[in-house]
Design a protein around this ligand. Structure first.
Ligand SMILES: Nc1ncnc2c1ncn2[C@@H]1O[C@H](COP(=O)(O)OP(=O)(O)OP(=O)(O)O)[C@@H](O)[C@H]1O
Ligand SMILES: Cc1ncc(CO)c(N)n1
Length: 555
């Protein structure tokens, strides 16, 4: 549902994010369940955030969490990701830098490991002044660094002040670049005696055991149990590299079907599976860093490892679900660390329409399981399905263009000349330009079916409710199509057929994204001038249009 392609001024990008999901994963095990060794070594009051929390005045929020990790200047992984994840999960982030990388979303171009003496100096500076409530260890770079970190942890143990420690045994980046020397890989297990939980991905788990990487969840469980038993440590084995296990999906062969399973094993061999829907996104840079930092933060806040693992994987799943709404870099982009916060509490300067759209992001995710979008994403949409959908879309566009004109008239009547020009130009694009795609793909205008008619009825009702409600009701058609176009452009298989390619290219067009951004800005401005009941009406109209869009795609 393309609108106006006028380039227009550079616009603030539109972003929408997942709403906060229930924290804690419903495990209800609020007490730390660290290993027996951990409890022995750190006998101070570890009954959760209560005591320390009351000292901060923020409940159990704002407790210091230390990341000992490498720097990713592009901000998606390493200490940069850690600090964002720690903040998002309620901690106060600190960082001791082990290594500098020159990297971006495409890969790692260089690694520099500073003198280990300086690492030790950083650690001692921080530890002597701000005792962390938990530590996360990430990229270490070399065997020498591993030994230095192990000695500092063992000094904390001797003093009885070691907090919970999460070790992410980083070896290779998402891009495939090596982040640890082979000697470092061999030395990694030296750290196991000083940490509570290790979070390897499948290749790292294999490497730590001198085995091949697990290729299914059952193998991941077997290997995680072996590592946990051999080192008397908790293991959260990540399943992001294990081939996706299919789960039935209501929308047919949906691109988003299947699940990713992480496996938590206690030192005693107790196994828990943590599954999340597989997300078909390229933006997975830094997922491991983010997960281990979230885990450390929830441990700092007093959760046991099972509850903390649920809370951390839930947090990451939401950050991943919002990842495609950030457009960072041209390779594997980062997850959206703060998206849930922006959606829940709002972000400075966010308009009411943008905020409503953010809150609807979890619902908007259903778009990707609809038959039309899922089949477009596969690159081989069914011709009959596309013919039906595009025909109905042509019928819809006739009505939609009329409603855009109505909005132009209502705007003009109030003297909102720029708004009027925008809606009118969009109506013209809707009549003259957008149908070209449909006709090129062989669509013919049929009688509107019940889904199309219901959408038209909703727009008519919105118009009867007034200009504000109509503007709001018109919005999702712009924004959702721009989002779907952008996401599908990133995941479309190289062998996609001509029809899928034409559809995706059309809606991934930067000019269309600019129009969608402009529509959002204009509706935000309209809401800013409206009273509370009218804003509520606008929010309801946006939500209803989203439902109509989802139904429209599911044929
Ligand atoms: N496409 C995906 N959809 C859903 N969850 C995912 C996806 N990819 C990774 N995850 C989750 O992200 C976390 C990290 O998994 P992964 O095995 O990719 O770790 P990693 O390789 O250490 O990450 P990194 O990309 O930072 O190197 C796990 O919790 C995993 O379940
Ligand atoms: C600095 C750093 N640490 C960890 C990773 C793993 O994702 C990375 N890419 N960069």
């Amino acid at each position: 549902m393309r609108r106006d392609r006028r380039a227009g001024p550079a616009r603030r990008r539109r972003r929408a994010f997942r709403r906060r999901r229930r924290p804690g994963g419903g495990q209800g095990r609020g007490r730390r369940a660290g290993s027996a060794r951990r409890r022995r070594l750190a006998p101070r009051g570890l009954g959760g955030g209560g005591v320390r929390g009351s000292l901060t005045g923020l409940g159990n929020l704002g407790l210091p969490v230390l990341s000992v990790a490498g720097s990713d200047p592009s901000g998606g992984a390493g200490i940069q990701a850690d600090l964002k994840a720690i903040a998002a999960c309620g901690g106060y982030g600190m960082s001791v830098v082990t290594a500098l990388t020159a990297q971006n979303t495409r890969g790692v171009q260089g690694v520099h490991v500073p003198p280990v003496e300086f690492l030790v100096q950083q650690l001692r500076s921080v530890l002597s002044d701000v005792p962390p409530a938990a530590i996360k260890i990430g990229m270490l770079g070399s065997a020498e660094v591993i030994h230095a970190v192990a000695s500092e942890l063992s000094a904390l143990e001797a003093a009885g002040t070691r907090p919970p420690v999460v070790l992410d045994p980083v070896m290779v980046a998402t891009s495939g670049d090596r982040l640890l020397t082979p000697e470092g890989e061999a030395a990694m297990s030296r750290l196991f005696a000083h940490v509570d939980i290790v979070t390897p991905n499948a290749p790292e788990l294999g490497a730590l055991l001198g085995d091949d990487a697990a290729s299914c969840t059952a193998d991941l469980v077997t290997q995680a149990r072996r590592l946990a038993r051999e080192h008397r440590v908790w293991v959260l084995a990540k399943g992001g590299h294990v081939p996706v296990e299919a789960t039935p999906s209501p929308g047919g062969d949906a691109a988003a079907s299947g699940s990713v399973t992480d496996v938590l094993v206690s030192p005693e061999g107790e196994v828990s599976s943590l599954s999340h829907p597989f997300l078909n996104t390229r933006n997975t840079h830094g997922t491991g860093c983010t997960l281990s930092s979230a885990l450390a933060t929830f441990a700092a806040r007093g959760l046991g490892w099972l509850a903390a693992s649920h809370a951390a994987t839930d947090y990451l799943a939401a950050a991943l679900a919002g990842a495609d709404r950030l457009a960072i870099g041209s390779g594997h982009g980062p997850v959206n660390h703060l998206g849930e916060l922006w959606a829940g509490a709002g972000a400075p300067g966010l308009g009411a329409a943008s905020a409503a759209w953010l809150r609807l992001a979890p619902r908007a995710e259903a778009t990707y399981s609809t038959s039309v979008v899922a089949q477009l994403a596969s690159g081989q949409p069914d011709a009959g399905l596309m013919h039906r959908y595009l025909g109905q879309d042509l019928a819809y566009l006739v009505d939609y263009a009329d409603r855009l004109d109505a909005a132009a008239g209502l705007a003009e009547a109030r003297g909102a000349i720029e708004d009027a020009a925008f809606w009118a130009a969009s109506a013209t694009a809707c009549r003259e330009e957008e149908p070209q795609l449909h006709l090129q793909l062989g669509a013919e205008v049929p009688a509107p079916d019940s889904v199309t008619a219901a959408y038209a009825q909703h727009l008519a009702t919105a118009e009867a409710d007034g200009y504000e409600a109509l503007a709001a009701a018109l919005l999702p058609c712009f924004v959702l199509y721009a989002e779907v176009g952008a996401r599908l452009a990133r995941v479309l298989p190289a062998e996609a057929n001509a029809e899928a390619r034409a559809w995706v290219t059309s809606y991934a067009d930067p000019g269309f994204a600019a129009s969608a951004a402009e529509a959002m800005d204009r509706v935000d401005a309209i809401a800013a001038g409206a009273d509370e009941p009218t804003v509520a009406l606008m929010e309801a109209a946006i939500a209803e249009s989203l439902e109509r869009e989802i139904a429209f795609f599911d044929r």
